[in-house]
Design a protein around this ligand. Structure first.
Ligand code: ARG
Length: 601
């Protein structure tokens, strides 16, 4: 038996609204009513519902054990937590969703769901669409700050992680009907621009000559200018002056800056296009005009102190202060983030702001968030809105267990990774004989779906905080918990339905679904857990939870398929519908993970 944890839920228990897809919520409503009857004097009892792991039920209510100490000794007729459990069971309002209930151990109330009801709900989803199983969150608008590479610097594997995680988190929230402002907080305003601009002027005395082809590789350009900066004092001085002129709005400098940003932007966009990721750029420069008023406000509130020539905010419990104006008077990463946070709250009216970067930036965000609380921009208490979350992730490792790099110790280029994944999956398809069977277009599309899907899934399936080893061999394996295995599994289900020769839409409208075999029921129950899993993945910002669900769904299906004959059996219609429901839920999972499904293999 598992103990229900009282997770901080984002969900409103929409009272009258039907929320058929979410079993936990449905049950919570029933148990809430029972608790009110059982212990009428105990206010604010939140029903604690959890999925069962054992055989005694599908779900359980765990309130009896925590209610008991509260009512002990009061004039109530109970003798112990078990009696409380019995009463909770007895007072449960009748419902067609429950087959039977039992009380176990110290007072767990186990619920066995009605198979007939489960079948009905699954069929209803098939007809009304998977969107009816979307979680209902209490927030309306979220800002997801992700990807956010730096201009002219390498967009590396860390940015790939941020991009993939951010896209999935955005997709899950969007599916839950939250308006998501997908923000690319690109580093387009650092001091590095002084040297880049100066170097640009030096290389192209005639500004009209500047274009992507002429500059070539922007990373190489960055390196060259950095070398100049480090070795030539005269150049360095000019570069430093250039920063001041740029920030002062000097036209010639602004133009050069815009040109450099433009080239970088095209490069980033090519990666986003390949990954199918949508993002709106609001880089650091966007917030620049709002920084001085932000700092003024913080100063007015008495939060800003002088320290070694810099202006800082001291935060209790942290031994270094948050520098918001450097000793040379310039602004920094933190000043920009404070201005951006204020903008997102006041102008964009976000009730949840999510930042996705490597764990190395955790302290930075911790300090920015605490400063915002001191300023009263955010509620001091946790669990209140608007709220902010930093989604940290670990590093990607190479085979050698060190930070993932290529042999020349250069950072790995994203596009090369995607290319290689695609090339390898294409080779595997050709090895399976698909070269003769399919058109070139089919081969290309499938190779891309599998290759890119493999890279994404390998990243998402890990708990984001752990570092993981990047391995093409592992991620492109067609066995085990990989995108390849899952995409093949989906394609096989589609082919079962195709080969039956039945019109599945017709069956949805006229057919019946019955969950009589134990493996049919287990698969049905897993399907029905979809909504609560997506909700958990959203609430805790953990896409890995959804991956685990998807993998288990596939395992449940395999078990069903090996023990229950589908085509040609007496239960054919019902079982085809169960196949279709599985494929539908799998496709929604792929969609939320940003993976293109494959229909045949
Ligand atoms: N540009 C930063 C980096 O590459 C990430 C920015 C994250 N977002 C933010 N609001 N600070 O590390």
């Amino acid at each position: 038996l598992v103990l229900a944890t009282k997770t901080q839920s984002l969900t409103t228990m929409a009272s009258d609204e039907e929320n058929l897809g979410n079993l936990k919520h449905q049950l919570a409503k029933l148990f809430e009513a029972s608790l009110k009857t059982t212990v009428p004097n105990e206010q604010d009892l939140e029903p604690l519902i959890a999925a069962c792991t054992g055989k005694f039920g599908d779900y359980q209510c765990n309130n009896a054990m925590s209610v008991w100490p509260r009512i002990k000794g009061k004039a109530l007729p109970f003798r112990g937590p078990q009696a409380v459990g019995q009463a909770i069971k007895t007072n449960l309002p009748p419902s067609e969703m429950i087959e039977s209930c039992s009380v176990a151990g110290p007072g767990f109330v186990n619920v066995m769901l009605s198979s007939g009801w489960m079948a009905k709900i699954i069929l209803k989803m098939l007809n009304d669409g998977i969107a009816t199983w979307a979680p209902r969150l209490s927030i309306k608008r979220a800002v997801v700050d992700f990807s956010s590479p730096n201009i002219a610097k390498e967009m590396h594997v860390g940015h790939l992680r941020s991009t993939i995680l951010g896209d999935t988190i955005s997709r899950m929230l969007e599916f839950s009907n939250v308006v998501v402002l997908r923000r690319n907080h690109v580093g387009d305003w650092g001091t590095q621009f002084g040297m880049l601009i100066e170097f640009l002027f030096e290389k192209f005395p005639n500004i009209e000559d500047v274009n992507e082809a002429a500059i070539g590789d922007l990373q190489a350009f960055y390196k060259e200018s950095k070398q100049r900066f480090d070795s030539d004092a005269d150049f360095k001085e000019r570069a430093q002056r250039a920063v001041v002129l740029l920030q002062g709005g000097e036209a010639k400098y602004r133009q050069a800056w815009a040109q450099i940003c433009g080239i970088s932007r095209n490069e980033f966009d090519r990666v986003y296009q390949r990954l199918g990721v949508k993002l709106e750029e609001k880089g650091e420069s966007f917030y620049n005009p709002f920084i001085s008023s932000t700092i003024e406000e913080l100063a007015d509130k008495g939060l800003v102190k002088e320290s070694q020539g810099a202006r800082v905010i001291f935060i209790e419990g942290i031994n270094i202060p948050l520098i918001i104006v450097k000793s040379d008077g310039g602004y920094n990463y933190a000043s920009t983030d404070l201005a951006a946070l204020r903008y997102r709250l006041n102008e964009e009216k976000a009730d949840w702001i999510i930042y996705i970067t490597d764990v190395g930036q955790q302290q930075h965000f911790d300090m920015v968030f605490k400063a915002a609380k001191l300023a009263g921009w955010l509620p001091a208490e946790d669990g209140k809105y608007p709220k902010v979350s930093h989604v940290g992730f670990g590093v990607v490792l190479g085979d050698d267990g060190k930070r993932f790099r290529t042999r020349s110790t250069e950072v790995v280029r994203l596009v090369d990774l995607l290319d290689e994944a695609k090339t390898r999956s294409k080779a595997a398809l050709i090895e399976r004989g698909k070269g003769e069977e399919w058109t070139e277009k089919e081969l290309e599309e499938t190779a891309q779906a599998i290759g890119y899907g493999a890279v994404k899934y390998a990243d998402l399936k890990n708990n984001r905080l752990t570092s993981y080893t990047f391995s093409f061999d592992q991620m492109l394996n067609d066995k085990g918990n990989t995108a390849v295995y899952l995409l093949y599994a989906h394609a096989r289900i589609c082919s079962i339905i195709r080969k039956s020769g039945k019109d599945i839409d017709e069956l949805k409208r006229t057919g019946f679904l019955v969950l009589s075999h134990a493996d049919e029921r287990a698969l049905g129950l897993h399907l029905l857990r979809f909504a609560e899993v997506v909700e958990e993945a959203c609430t805790n910002l953990l896409p890995s939870v959804l991956c685990e669900y998807l993998y288990n769904l596939s395992e449940n299906f395999s078990k069903f398929y090996s023990n229950c004959q589908v085509v040609g059996s007496a239960e054919e219609t019902s079982r085809l519908l169960l196949c279709e429901a599985t494929a539908t839920v799998m496709r929604k999972c792929f969609d939320l993970l940003g993976i293109e499904p494959v229909y045949k293999i």
